[in-house]
Design a protein around this ligand. Sequence first.
Ligand SMILES: [Fe+2]
Length: 190
Amino acid sequence: MTLLHVMSDTDRNDVRLSTHDRAAIAEHLRPHDITLSTWRAVPLPGEPSEVDIITRYEQPARQLTREAGYEVVDVVSLRPGSDAETRKRAAEARAKFLAEHSHDEDEVRFFAHGFGCFYLHLDDRVHAVVCGPGDLLAVPAGIPHWFDMGENPNFSAIRFFRTAGGWVGNFTGDDIASRMPSLDELLDIP
Ligand SMILES: [Fe+2]
């Protein structure tokens, strides 16, 4: 499931576009130099390890790093908390990424397992892009955005960087995420 949900940045109920059509989503994002592409999803074990993911997607990951010049590749994984401590850590991780920020380099993520939502703040609109297995999203440097992994985070994504410090965020201080629908709300859109 992939979703693009475009809203006014002052009113989440002022919805300008909402579509699950991957081709339409890619077309809509292209003028902003944001790339949504698809890799053929490979079956994974129920609880895939980082090695499972890197091994299964080694070929397209190598091709992308070669073509685009990425130097650093890693896997980020979060699983639903089975105890209070794990749930607390997940809530802390979620809160950190909900703060609007930008980066000095592109943010490039491939979703191998589960779902996450990137909210791209473009002019006076918020483009919420829910990514699922097989989705590769590349957001250019400088675009203000945030990320919601949901109340019960359950995803694995491959991250691509040009430099080791490329993930450092420049935070805007805007709490806009609190006024926009969460990943869990967006996943409920039929
Ligand atoms: Fe980011």
